[in-house]
Each structure stands twice: as C-alpha cells, then as structure tokens.
Design a binder for this molecule. Sequence first.
Ligand code: NAD
Length: 471
Amino acid sequence: MPKTANKSAHKATSAVNIPEQVAAHRAFFRSGQTRPLAFRLQSLHRLQESIRHRQRDILHALNKDFSKSSFEGYATEVGYVLEELSFTLKHLPEWVTPQTVPTPLVHQPATSVIYPEPYGVALILAPWNYPFQLVIAPLIGAIAAGNCALLKPSEFTPATTAILKEIVHQCFDPAHISVVEGAVPETQALLEERFDHIFFTGSTAVGRIVMEKAAKHLTPVVLELGGKSPCIVDRGVNLEMTARRIAWGKFVNAGQTCVAPDYVYVPQELKAELIAALCVQIQSFYGQNPKSSADYPRIISDSHFERLSRLMQSGRVVFGGNSDASCRYISPTLLDGVSWDDPVMQDEIFGPILPILGYDNLDEVFNEVASRPQPLALYFFSEDEGRQQRVLQELSFGGGCINDTLVHLANPHLPFGGVGPSGMGAYHGKYSFDTFSHHKSVMHRQMRLDLPVRYPPYGAVKQQVIRQIFK
Ligand code: NAD
C-alpha cells in the first residue's frame, strides 16, 4: 500500500465551498511546500505507487463506465500514465534546473538565467473519453512544475471518477490536490474563481466558454480540443497494412478518441479495394459480431448514441450500421457516397462511423483540407517522400503520423496539442512541465563596472556608439 500523504478528511464539494477550496489551495501554494524538488518527486512517487496498486480497480471502473476492455484500459490509460510518470520522475531533476543562456557582449559582465517556476493553483477540466488518462496526465505536469491543482473529471464516467477521488485523497494533502465532482453548474462555478492556470480538454464549443471566463482574470489557458482529423491515402501504398492501421486508430475506444481518423480520402480507383481491406481488418479485430467482442466498447451516453445514429443516415452504409440502444452499441460502420454537405461531414464524428471519400488528384484533397478548420490530427499514408513533404509544408494540423494513426501522442518527446480551433498549447513529457511553469528570465549583473553610454544626456557621440552596437 502506498503511504498516504495526509489523512485529513475531504469534504464533499458543492458549488458553495468551491471558493473555500480554492483559497485552501492558494494558502498551501503560498506556504512554499510544493516548490522543493523532493516534494514534487515524493508526490509523483506516491501517485505512481497508488496507480500501480489500484490498477485492477481502475480497469474495472473503465469497463463499468463504457465497457472498455482491460487491454485498451491499460494501454491507453493506466499504462500510458505510468509511462508518463516514469519519464517525468527520471527527467524532473534536469527540468527544474535553472538554465543559463548566453548574454550579448554589450550587457557584459552578466549571467542570464531562465528559472522555471510554478504558476500556483491550476484548474484541470477533463472529458469522459479517456477519463483516467486525461485527468492524470496533465496532473503529472502540474505536480512536476510545483503547482497545486484542482481536478474536475467528467460527469459521464462516475465509476472512474470514484477511483480517481480515492487515489487523490490517498496520495495528497487536499490543499495540494483535490477533486471537484460535477457537471456544467459546478464547472461554471469553478470558472468564476481566479486560477493561475487552466488546462481544459474537451470540445471546441466548451473551450470557447473556458477561454472567455479565463480572460476575466487573464489566466493562461491550454485548450486541448477536437476537430475532424483527416486520413489521406496515397496511391502505391500497401492497402492491407494501411487498412489495419486506419481501422485500429478509428475503432479503438469505439471511435471516441479526439485524434481518431474522422474520415478517409482515397484515390477513386482504390476505394472499393480499401473498403474491402477495412472490412477484413475490422472482422479480424472484433469477429463477425462486434457486439459480443470483449474488446469493443459502448457509446458513452444516450445523447451521443442518438447523435451517432442520425449520422449513420448520411451516404450509404457499406459495412456495419448495426446498433442497439438498450446497451448503446454501435457497430464499426463504413459509409460510402458521402459529400461535404452531409450531416456526418459537418462536425467531429467522435464515434465508430468512418466515411470514405474518393479523390482524383491530391491537389483537390489539399485544397479541401486547407479550407477547413485546422484539425487536431492528420494522417497521410504514402511511400512518396515528395508528397509527404507537401503534406508537412502545405497543411496545418495539431500533429499526426505518416503511415500510421494515433501513435504520435504516445511519444513523450513529442508535444501534443492542437492548432487554431483544435486547441492551443501542448503537453506530454517535458512539454507538460513547461506548460505548467512560468519561465522567469533574470539577468544577473555585478556592481563593478557601469558603462555610461546608456545614460542621458545622450549627445552625438553616444548616438554613434549605440548605432555601432545595435545594427
Ligand atoms: P465537453 O467539452 O462536453 O466537456 C469537457 C468538460 O467540460 C467536462 O468536464 C464537462 O463537465 C465540462 N463542460 C461541459 N459543458 C460545459 C459548459 N457549458 N460550461 C462549462 N463546462 C462544461 O467534452 P466531452 O464531450 O466530455 O469530450 C469530447 C470532446 O473532447 C471532443 O470534442 C474531443 O475531441 C475532445 N477531446 C480532446 C482531446 C485532446 O486531447 N485534444 C482529448 C479528448 C477529448
């Protein structure tokens, strides 16, 4: 059993005691306890031990919330954050070390140093689709950077939230890290408070609300949002492997992944072949009847089930199309004959429905994608280096892969985040530490020498000197 940090009881949070809770965090931060490296490392170690110890409970909760398989639960949530914790614990001593940078000759003698410092009290707002990972991964960054944090998990995953609360209560002083449960009213009450940093993961629509609220206090925000992430298939690729990687990226978590391929563009003459290859791969993953597969999750809520059922009416179903409202099951579904005017192409799908669009030449695809809001991810399957370079140079997107899907977000050396309407700011690995740190720049001067050139009266000679120095 991991040691508990503090045995003081947590009060049930209501909108009424939110200001009190924020004040407790602020006092804890001001006490300076979160700043020493040793405190941060101990906090992260406690979290690591607790997650290891409770991993079965976490996986069980994820399964209870939306039938997530234990493999996916481990790979995308528990194992994912354990990896992030190990990486952070290993590198934190180096990240917290102030960095000395060069000083231009004109300012000598001097030493210039960047000091990372914690912002203070961070608010972390999370969605339901990876309900454990998307609370804990930003929390790791917040703790590593020396902040206090208040966590608001999604209201749609109560079993996972219950475990999260237990872990947080067991590992941390409630004035250091705390959890507020609730939905829109509680989030709105939280957003009335002044935080020193807000880290929001969720929809673009709610991201706008968060940013508007943050503006009142000029609080820095990171917005990890969504969007329609294209997957473009070039001529000349191995279609079997392409189909396997697309089907995996799309149907993991039943398509409820912010970076899931939203739609596929494929050369017209290869469309039938790609669809056939996708059908083969989907069946090899989930069998003839995905409803009975232990590896295929359910849709999170009735409203999302109804929304996705309506989207299945766009175009023509060429695979799947089955559903069961009683258990919110929607089978992996492929749509053909879809146009940009159809409902399924208006917003992020966020479910197991994959429209396949044909194209004649890549220019038309690039023009189409470039004219739409910048997506969170983009995937390009191609063996042609020239065309790979075109994608990288001509299209703006949060991040992505050449010849695969999703895996870019599992590399802690790569910053993860969106651009434009898919978000701002980034995290993972060192980027999480940087995201939750203010980088304080200080020039250390000495008192021995004081060149008079910068002081008035300036006169003609000083004007000449300054022009020689700054040119
Ligand atoms: P959401 O925006 O509805 O909810 C996110 C959080 O905001 C929740 O905690 C919720 O309680 C709160 N919230 C909801 N409505 C609110 C309101 N009106 N005012 C204040 N707070 C409110 O998102 P969701 O449905 O939970 O998640 C799905 C979305 O999240 C998708 O768009 C997906 O792409 C995106 N997402 C992005 C990432 C990423 O890393 N970029 C990861 C996962 C999900």
